[in-house]
Design a protein around this ligand. Structure first.
Ligand code: ADP
Ligand code: MG
Length: 357
């Protein structure tokens, strides 16, 4: 029986005294894609290697289907764990054709093996490639063969480390979507490592955001984006504007009026975060801006410092009259106002995140 549940309990890994994974716990559910997301060097691959069994934690335990497969007392090797692995540098066997690469780990009758291989090649859209050799395939085709090979034994747990990073942008989207469809169809529990927030947002049912060896926040992509736990978590998913302030009488003054900061003692340094796409622009009418609304708060005036066209949107930077601070605004489509144009910025307060500094 293939494994279908994987748990990491309080995993710590040190290399030469340096803590690389730090008390990390994670459970994979069947049919769910979890993305381990974080900057380079935060310990993602190490975590995955420990889950696979190719590396061993310094402390903590790994469980498969409720049974301990690795702890201080013992360690089951990867080949006995019945989980699928797909790493960045997936290696196909160069001397075997596609059919034999995909069927490599399969047992059973020749007819059964053949049927499974045919089914998988169909799913990864490589019918007709069965008798080609790896060197006759493009990068994307090789990657899909590797995926088919990893899925051939029907693993219920699949570990993937940046599996799409070797593909160019357009191809990557196609291969990602095909992969996701396949994994869902097989109800596989997936742990996928990536350092790209867009990829995690696109693929994941659940994102586990990692920093310095720890999971700092986990949740559905929507929640990760709209309810970040701190400034860095907010900033990992998009550019952000940071407005700094100091609490006085439970209020913080900003270019956009006062923010309530209840329960914070006077003198507390706070940061108000707003994503550039959540600021609204209005033209200046002889020094007057739009009428403030309750949800948009007080508008603030700024002058265009720079405007750039990014394709499907434009990025406009403003120098704020209030304190000469710089704020970025993303506007859909083409919007390229001249430098020094005065405009009014408003922000939806329900789109702001307020953190203690
Ligand atoms: P990520 O996948 O998030 O980029 P890694 O898990 O590969 O990060 O690495 C995390 C840290 O652990 C890095 O600082 C890396 O240099 C260190 N590290 C990883 N593997 C080893 C090793 N075998 N020996 C020593 N240090 C290692
Ligand atoms: Mg890595």
């Amino acid at each position: 029986m293939p494994a279908n549940k994987l748990e990491l309990h309080d995993i710590t890994r040190t290399y030469d005294g340096a803590v690389v994974v730090d008390g990390l716990s994670l459970t994979l559910a069947p049919g769910e894609v979890t993305c381990l997301l974080g900057p380079s060097g935060c310990g993602k691959s190490t975590t995955l290697r420990i889950a696979a069994g190719v590396d061993r934690q310094t402390s903590g335990s790994v469980l498969i289907d409720g049974h301990v497969v690795s702890d201080e007392t013992g360690h089951m090797p990867p080949e006995l764990r019945k989980i699928g692995l797909m790493f960045q540098d997936f290696a196909l066997f160069p001397h075997l054709d596609v059919e034999r690469n995909v069927g490599f780990g399969l047992h059973g009758s020749r007819a059964d093996k053949k049927a499974r291989v045919v089914d998988l090649l169909h799913k990864v859209e490589l019918e007709g490639y069965a008798h080609k050799y790896p060197h006759q395939l493009s990068g994307g085709e090789q990657q899909r063969v590797a995926l088919a090979r990893a899925l051939a034994p029907k693993p219920q747990v699949m570990l993937m480390d940046e599996p799409f990073s070797g593909l160019d942008d357009r191809l990557r989207d196609d291969v990602r979507d095909a992969t996701l469809e396949l994994l869902k169809a097989e109800n596989t529990a997936v742990l996928m490592v990536t350092h790209e927030p867009e990829e995690a947002m696109r693929m994941a049912d659940r994102i586990a955001l990692m920093r310095n060896g720890k999971i700092v926040q986990a949740g559905a992509p929507y929640n990760m984006y709209n309810a970040p736990v701190d400034r860095q978590a907010a900033g990992f998913f998009s550019d952000i504007n940071v407005i700094e302030g100091t609490v006085t009488n439970a209020l913080t003054e900003t270019p956009f009026g006062q923010f309530l900061t209840p329960g914070m003692v006077d003198g507390t340094q706070v940061e108000i975060i707003i994503r550039p796409q959540h600021l609204k622009l209005d033209f200046d009418r002889n020094g007057r801006g739009p009428n403030p609304t309750v949800s948009d708060g007080v508008p603030a005036r700024g002058k265009v410092k720079r405007a750039r066209y990014l394709g499907h949107q434009s990025l406009v930077e403003f120098t704020m009259d209030y304190d000469r601070s710089i704020l970025m605004v993303l506007v859909p489509g083409v919007f390229l106002p001249n430098v020094d144009t005065a405009m009014w910025l408003s922000m939806r307060r329900d789109r702001c995140f307020l953190f203690k500094k």
